[in-house]
Design a protein around this ligand. Structure first.
Ligand code: FES
Length: 586
């Protein structure tokens, strides 16, 4: 086979042209260091021949082509199989295992994902002398960041995982690596940041449970989610900052350019995290925004900034602003009118000031109302708050009610294409409550109190499929039994997962659950994101309210079958719409 012109002329940006670096092994001291050895005679290596050599600990592929003698790492950067077991055609080395192709002269990958390290060759008195240079950690990182960027922009999960591992070995932190993904993807998300960013925030938190190189898993989950949603997209240009613009007003009027300029301007003018958060809390509670996602994305953005530092706010918050500006205002839809009338009649100042006493929801009146009444029980929630529940008590009850809803949901509904409803419509109820609690804890104000009332609405709305069916949906009487939560989730045994989660110490069960959430049991990204986000929110909520019910609910969701690709549902909806012109039932 001769080398095709297209392989020879593949171009890269200068940043991408960096060869894949050697990285120091776990026991190596940092600092660049060279090893030089004579590896054989020139006459013993014919043109067109490859052969294995050793330089110190390194296994090298010695390659003789018409252009000269070259030395590449023998381990293919894909999975480590030996290049010398592959083939050589002119100047082109092929790794036969998955057909990646490399230029012998410099190791550049022409077909595949990643370059192979190339080493210096000198000829002295007819002998081949190879020098292997192990870069310092700093030098290795300088090459690894562009490599990670290349993998990220192409959504090459394998390359991202390898580069994440190498970056960790060279001392990069999970925060630095995940932030690189935020920087690369946030400006490319079409209508502002979304599930990819939110999942990345949770993956960063979850990475604390892993040691050393094992952190590669949650970090790669984070990167792959952000990469998948932005591959091939152009960045949205940010306008110059203008701190004189009213950010809240610009979001409200959906004036995107003004909102972006205001966000950048406020950050440049030195606004604090609390200054910006107060505007966002207002924005996400002025409306039931984007089915609750406005509050969730705000929470996750600020959690990320808490980890990486406020000085990086301009990389992220403009895209949060975009998301809030473009978010659906669900409170304007007909089905929310009744609940909105009740919310608008509430004295928010009194609600926000309601003290939290030893409130016990005797008979679980509020929880039962959230689960079983025909209308969203806004008045009952306010009465409970004033009766000693306070805003936190409302959120506790929402969490418990949504957990119960998840525990009594019939997963076969996901596969009923006549019903525009599924698991994912319920999980938001819990992640929304978690977000509302985060925002209330940071800024207990009227706006955050109003947000809690929206969570009551959403909690009630998660029961709409139950109400459509007209069937009584009692919560099953789940048993509690010791066992391995993660094992039950990964084995796809929802009843066991629930029983074990109910029985376990919440820290143990929570950590098992969030680790299991990393293990790819979902086909579509959107489902994977919900599994991870729900697991983390349920873990945190269980600790906050002192009940394992959220953990059990999340464990059931993680273990149960889920609608994975959405193609059949979208096709069914398209056919129905084209035939009748009617929207899906709601
Ligand atoms: S190991 Fe070389 S191409 Fe897969």
């Amino acid at each position: 086979m001769s080398t095709s012109p297209s392989l020879q002329t593949q171009t890269r940006t200068p940043e991408e042209a960096t060869p894949s670096p050697q990285t120091p092994g776990p026991n190596q001291s940092p600092g660049s260091h060279q090893t030089t050895e004579t590896v054989g005679a020139v006459d013993d290596l014919a043109v067109g021949q490859m052969k294995l050599a050793r330089v110190g600990e390194h296994r090298i592929a010695l390659i003789r082509t018409p252009s000269g003698i070259h030395a590449l790492d023998n381990a293919c950067p894909h999975q480590g199989y030996g290049l010398v077991t592959g083939s050589l055609d002119g100047e082109l080395v092929t790794c036969q295992w998955h057909n990646w192709k490399f230029r012998a002269e410099d190791g550049q990958c022409l077909i595949g994902e990643e370059d192979v390290a190339c080493h210096q060759v000198d000829i002295r008195d007819g002998e081949i002398v190879v020098t292997v240079t192990e870069p310092s950690a700093e030098e290795a990182q300088a090459a690894l960041w562009p490599s990670l960027r290349r993998g990220f922009e192409r959504d090459y999960v394998g390359q991202m995982a390898r580069d994440v591992g190498r970056l960790l070995q060279t001392g990069a932190t999970p925060e630095e690596i995940i932030w690189k993904g935020i920087q690369l993807s946030a400006p490319k998300v079409e209508y502002g940041i979304g599930h990819g960013m939110a999942m990345a925030a949770d993956c960063l938190t979850i990475s604390d449970l892993y040691d050393g190189l094992d952190k590669t898993l949650p970090i790669t989950q984070a990167l792959s989610g952000m990469s998948e949603g932005t591959r091939g997209r152009d960045s949205y240009p940010l306008p110059d900052g203008d701190a004189s613009i009213d950010l809240a007003a610009a979001i409200e009027t959906e004036d995107l350019d003004a909102a972006l300029a205001a966000t950048v301007g406020l950050i440049e003018a030195g606004a604090s995290a609390d200054d910006l958060l107060s505007i966002y809390v207002q924005a996400v509670s002025s409306h039931h925004l984007n089915y609750g996602h406005g509050a969730i994305y705000t929470q996750k953005s600020f959690e990320l900034l808490d980890r990486v530092g406020w000085d990086k706010a301009v990389d992220l918050l403009p895209w949060l602003t975009m998301s809030l500006t473009y978010g659906t205002r669900e409170d304007t839809l007909p089905y929310m009118r009744k609940a909105m009338r009740a919310i608008e009649a509430v004295d928010l100042a009194s609600l926000a000031d309601a003290p939290t006493a030893d409130w016990v929801d005797h008979g679980q009146h509020l929880r039962s109302a959230m689960l079983n009444s025909d209308e969203a029980p806004i008045d009952a929630a306010v009465a409970a708050a004033l009766d000693g529940a306070g805003v936190p008590g409302i959120l506790d009850t929402v969490t418990l009610a949504v957990s119960e809803r998840l525990l009594r949901y019939d997963p076969s509904t996901d596969f009923d294409l006549e019903v525009d409803f599924g698991w994912l419509d319920i999980t938001h109820g819990l992640t929304y409550a978690r977000a509302a609690r985060y925002l209330w804890d940071r800024q207990p104000c009227e706006a955050a109190a109003r947000l809690a009332l929206f969570t009551v609405f959403l909690c009630h709305d998660t029961g709409r499929a139950e109400r459509w069916s007209g069937v009584d949906h009692p919560t099953p009487d789940f048993t509690s039994a010791p066992g391995d939560v993660a094992g039950a989730v990964l084995d796809g045994k929802p009843d066991d997962a629930v029983a074990h989660a109910l029985h376990a110490d919440p820290h143990t069960a929570g950590q098992a659950l969030v680790r299991a959430s990393q293990m790819d049991r979902s086909g579509a990204f959107i489902v994977a994101a919900h599994v991870i986000k729900l697991a983390q929110a349920a873990y945190e909520e269980s600790l906050t309210i002192g009940s394992n019910l959220p953990l059990a609910a999340a464990a059931r969701f993680a273990a149960a079958p889920r609608l994975e690709r959405f193609v059949a549902r979208n096709a069914a909806e398209a056919i129905g719409f084209l035939q009748t012109g009617a929207p899906p039932k709601r």
